[in-house]
Design a protein around this ligand. Sequence first.
Ligand code: UDP
Ligand code: MN
Length: 298
Amino acid sequence: MIFTKVYRGSLLKYKFTNLIANLLNVSSVPLMLNVIVDNSSRGIAEKIIVEQIRTSNRNMTYSFYNIDYCAKIVNDIVEVMSHFFSKPGSYYSDVLFYISLGLHRIAPKSQKHAILMDCDVFFKRDISLLFDEFQRFKDTALFGLAPELSPVYRHVLKLYRSKHNNTTFGNYYHWNATSDPNIPHSRGFQGYNSGILLLKLDAIRSSEEFKFLLKKSAVQTLTERYNFKQGHLGDQDFYTLIGNEYPHLIQTLNCGFNKQLCTWWKENGYSNIFDNYARCDHKIVVLHGNCNSKIPKS
Ligand code: UDP
Ligand code: MN
C-alpha cells in the first residue's frame, strides 16, 4: 500500500484504519504488509496497525518503505511517465502515482509476487482469492488488473475512436457477445483500473520488453498512436494503453476483484451508457470506494 501525505483527521487515515481492520478480519492467509510512507505518515500508520492487531487478536507482519528512498529508485520511470500522463503538478505526487511501475526495483529480490492496493478498498471475501489469481496468469503476463468500470477511456480516446470506427478500445464490455480469440478484447475494452494491481515481480524484472516499453520513445509512440493527450490517471493510463497494444503482458482479472463505486461519469455526460461500463456480474471480492465514494459494509 501507499500511505503518504496523511495528516490528523485526513480521510486517508480513516480509509487505512478500515482496510487494516478489514484485512485482519477477512484473511485466511498470513499477511505481510508493506507500506510506502513519508516521514510524517509513518507514525500514523504504525499506530493504526499496532492498534488493529491488538484489538483483532490476529497478526500480520509489516514493514515500511520511505517514499523519498523509493522516489530515487524509480526516478527515471517517473520522469518519463509524468511527462505523458500527468497534469502539471508537483513531482512528489507524480512519484506516488507511478511507483507501481518500478516496484520490482524497490521490493527485495527474494519477493516474487506483490499485490499493490489502494487504501480505499474493502475486501468482501478472503484476500487469498486474489492471490490465487497469480496461478491463472498466462505465461506472458507481468501484471494483473481488473477493468475500469467507467467510460473515462471512451472519453479520453474520443479522437482516436472517431478515426478508427471498428476499434473495441474504449467500448464497454459486451457481456452477451461471443469473443473472437483472434482479436484481443474483442468484446470491448474499457481499460484498466489500478486500485488493485497484481505484480509478478520476477517476470517484470527479467522482461526486456517491459524495460523497452518504459523508455520515453516507446511511450511517445504509444501515446501518439492513440492520440492520448488527456491522460491524468497516472499508472493506470499506461496499463490501459499496454493492455490494448501488448495484451499478452497483462492478465485481466474479473471485475469482482475491483468493483469501483465512483459514479462521477454518470453525472458528467455519460448517464446514458454509464451502467454498461459499471455492470459487473462476477462474485464481488473487493469493493473500491474510488473518488471518495462511500463503501457499504454489508
Ligand atoms: N494516496 C496517498 N496519499 C495521497 C493520495 C493518494 O497515499 O495524498 C494513495 C493511497 O494509497 C490511495 C491511492 O494513492 O488509495 C490512490 O488514490 P485514491 O484511492 O484516492 O484514488 P482513486 O481510486 O479515487 O482514483
Ligand atoms: Mn482508490
